[in-house]
Ligand binder design. Structure first.
Ligand code: HEC
Length: 138
């Protein structure tokens, strides 16, 4: 008997809260007038049919974060013959190559400079951010 009453009360509470949620959702829908949907690359809706797929990528890490986590190991001290961060003389001829070449060398490797500079999961944008950060220190 007690179980039955409890069960009934629980069911009543659950259905009441379900109703409350539904009413609240409906109020929001009424207020904004329509519901919006976003089609993300990989969803079935993103295939054909003209709807533009939005690629949601996680934000690239900032240059100083990438630099401190990887590049600093060599570039802060000049280890392994790395041009020291902030040493304008060591960088001037390198900077003359243009930023794109520097990014390419950092991303693909260049002599004793290892590809991606110890940041194995870095994207090219993240390496570019790190190079920009290093150049901002000159
Ligand atoms: C294991 C040590 C090491 C690490 C870690 C490292 N570098 Fe280097 N880096 C070097 C060395 C050595 C050179 C000089 C290569 C040469 O000129 O022969 C260099 C050169 C460079 C250059 C100049 C390339 C050029 O064309 O002159 C850039 C830009 C650069 N590194 C960026 C980075 C970035 C960005 C990171 C971190 C993501 C990083 N490095 C991490 C050792 C390192």
């Amino acid at each position: 008997m007690i179980k039955t009453i409890f069960g009934f009360l629980a069911a009543a509470v659950i259905s009441l809260s379900a109703y409350a949620l539904t009413a609240k959702d409906q109020a929001i829908v009424d207020r904004i007038g329509h519901t919006a949907s976003v089609c993300v690359a990989g969803d079935p809706c993103a295939g054909t049919g003209g709807a533009a797929a939005v690629t949601v990528a996680s934000a690239a890490r900032a240059g100083d974060a990438v630099y401190n986590a990887g590049c600093a190991a060599c570039h802060a001290s000049g280890a392994a013959g790395a041009p020291k961060t902030g040493d304008a003389a060591a960088w001037s001829a390198r900077v003359d190559q243009g930023v794109d070449t520097l990014v390419s060398h950092a991303y693909n490797g260049y002599n004793a400079m290892p590809a991606k500079g110890l940041c194995a999961d870095c994207s090219e944008d993240e390496i570019r951010n790190a190079v920009d950060y290093m150049l901002s220190q000159l």
